[in-house]
Design a binder for this molecule. Structure first.
Ligand code: PMP
Length: 426
């Protein structure tokens, strides 16, 4: 296929007319397809239905600590849930606290607590003139929304194939004590599916922040969400921080949202003893305890980390063909045309697409015209502003395979059409 840039104006005009005709035909079908959010499909949700059959008789409702899970108690979570989620994120049960149904909620609370009460005895952030956060981008839109909500200034750090650009991270973190944190999705990142290299993790652990209350917000949301037998490897951050003499540097967040039921799973935080004490001080005022019945249900259903891995293989069976359908269509339709690049992740929930500069917004609008909803262009950057207007997040999980195939064809057509228009306007 000839790269679009090598076509002359007449050839581009002919191509444009052809593409417009094709576009009008699909538009006339009046489709309504959604590739915008990383939600599991109905078929995936069915996988965990037996969980709802657990705990039906009263003699099953005591946890290992001998406490009736229907009643108050165990602020930090039941021991077996701490063991299970600890194994999920590779820490011992004493390093983890179980929360409620959402890790995003815990991240929000962590920022909120830091604003009002400070981190481990340091000045509350709300009393400082300026608070800044580093935001590797493209990244997770909901992270950026939290820091924006609290008026924290966000600084974009470019992503590389091995994680955030660590030269920039090190330089900024060590020179500015207004920088209090960094958002990270270290494994199968949202949206690129990148896993941070060992070198990147070690450099994170060895950071020498100017602010004593600087923390790495290590959102391990996709820690066991592999698509293939060949898995990405991520070095365990808390142990690396300890080795580097920086034990309190990171909070690790995780949840079973995309393992069991999004919105009805269990979330957790793993951190150093000092950080956990700091968190518990706040938590003991905030709640008498989280939902232990749900914790117990999860443990009874998965049993142990092996059970969880087996369960994730069933998710992968459903997800893998969807990822491959998108990747194959992109390759077949626009490979070699010089109008877009994309990632081929080995896990997680997203494929990240880079269009020609200045085209992403127009592509998303074009796809919407033909009934395909994508994540808003720009959402993957702080303040919703992609400086190159080129990144688009593709979420293949929710539609059926058939719907996804059609949606991807429309997306590709939109990419071609907008790229041709852009080249003609140059
Ligand atoms: N972190 C990341 C990186 C995510 O992609 C998501 C879900 N899309 C979440 C957190 C939200 O997780 P939870 O349901 O536990 O709040």
């Amino acid at each position: 296929m000839t790269p679009y840039r090598e076509l002359n104006k007449e050839q581009l005009q002919v191509l444009k007319a052809q593409l417009e005709k094709e576009f009008e035909e699909v538009k006339a079908k009046g489709l309504n397809l959604d590739m915008s959010r990383g939600k599991p499909s109905k078929k995936q949700l069915e996988l965990a239905m037996d969980m709802l059959e657990e705990l039906k008789s009263t003699d099953k409702l005591k946890c290992e600590a001998g406490i009736d899970c229907r009643n108050y108690g165990l602020l930090e979570g039941i021991p077996e849930a701490r063991r299970l989620l600890g194994a999920m994120t590779e820490v011992t049960p004493d390093k983890i606290i179980i929360f409620g149904n959402s890790s995003l909620n815990v991240m929000f609370d962590t920022i909120s607590r830091s604003m009002t009460h400070g981190v481990c005895g340091n000045t509350p952030w709300c009393k400082l003139d300026k608070v800044k956060f580093l935001c590797p981008a493209p990244g997770y839109d909901r992270h950026f929304k939290i820091t924006e909500y609290f008026g924290i200034e966000m600084i974009t750090v470019p992503m590389t194939p091995t994680g955030p650009d660590m030269d920039i991270v090190e330089k900024l973190v060590s020179s500015d004590d207004a920088i209090k944190g960094i958002w990270c999705v270290p494994k199968y990142s949202n949206p690129q599916g990148i896993t941070y290299s060992e070198e990147t993790v070690k450099r994170f652990a060895r950071l020498k922040p100017a602010a004593p209350d600087f923390r790495i917000f290590w959102d391990n949301a996709y820690c066991i969400h592999h698509l293939y037998e060949e898995k990405d490897f991520l070095l365990e951050i808390l142990e690396e921080c300890e080795k580097a003499g920086n034990p309190d540097l990171a909070y690790k967040f995780l949840s079973t949202s995309k393992v069991s039921f999004p919105g009805s799973g269990i979330a957790a935080v793993a951190a150093s003893p000092r950080n956990l004490e700091d968190i518990k001080k706040h938590m003991s005022i905030q709640t008498i305890g989280h939902d232990k019945i749900n914790q117990l249900r999860h443990v009874r259903f998965f049993k142990d980390i092996e059970g969880m891995h087996e369960h994730m293989k069933k998710h992968a069976e459903i997800l893998r063909p969807k990822f491959e359908a998108v990747e194959n269509t992109l390759e077949k339709e626009i490979g070699g045309l010089g109008i877009g690049e994309w990632t081929n992740p080995k896990g997680g929930y997203f494929i990240s697409f880079e269009s020609m500069e200045g085209c992403a917004k127009a592509i998303v609008a074009k796809a919407a015209e033909a009934g395909v909803k994508m994540t808003d262009a720009g959402a993957t950057y702080p303040y919703g502003k992609d400086p190159h207007d080129s990144n688009i997040r593709i979420a293949p999980s929710f539609p059926t395979l058939e719907e996804l195939q059609t949606a991807t064809e429309i997306f590709v057509l939109s990419v071609k059409l907008v790229s041709v228009e852009k080249l003609l306007a140059e």
